[in-house]
Write a protein that binds this ligand. Sequence first.
Ligand SMILES: [Zn+2]
Length: 285
Amino acid sequence: MITKGNFLLLDSSEFNGWLQQQKITRTISKLQVHHTWLPNYSTRRNQDHFRCLEGIRTTHLANGWSGTGQNVTVFEDGKIAISLDRDLNKTPAGIKGENTGALCVEIIGNFDVGGDAMTDEQRQAVLHLYACLAIKLNIPVDTNHIVYHAWYTSAGDWLGDYIQGRSSKTCPGTNFFGHGNTRLAASRGFIPGIQAEVQRIKNGDEEPMTAAEKKRMDDLQATVDAQSKWIESEKAKANMECPSWAKTAYEYYKPFIADSKGSYDFWRQLVINYRKENGIQVQKV
Ligand SMILES: [Zn+2]
């Protein structure tokens, strides 16, 4: 976690912990999805993260904006940057006329067909970021609430899908997440990944088990298995067929016994009764 200039840079694994500490003071009901187009993977080569971010900010200030347009930026190596001049509680400048109640996320890269192939690190960080935000802000994970820039006109009217010639831009790219920028592409190729990540986070699967925890789980399982075996054998003992050492007693008392099954203690008592009645004493050793 590094703060420098106008940005805070986090590893993807630090994001959820950081987010939990944030107090959200405005209503956020939509998460916007953008690619930067420029900068992209070609311009990013060996460039410092903060230099890249300050460059974006300078361009946005030149637009006459009050600060960096987006609240959050996701890098090709999976790092996540928070704009300190556009923190989560400030309305972003992401989609003209549609920014109130929205959070703007810029994904570094050009994801139009023929552009950048998203790295696994960035893909994972993007899914994780939207999942964490959806949980924290209580936003449903669907295409009404997680929206592509391309689903709006340049005037900010909702088209509800990418329509070439009517959409303001192709953003987040005609090959975004390997599926494209249409509503169908989002519901097939993007939304399910976020839903799976939400489940993973809610199940507490974030941290893999340590070797010690794994051993404790294995030991516990072994104890449970041994106990169920013991219970089974006790059940069998409580309902055993007449054992050979009780045969004579059983034959003797047969007219008075309903069936030939009983517990170990029952057969033992039967033998004692038989000996008593027939004057058979057991030799003590
Ligand atoms: Zn955009």
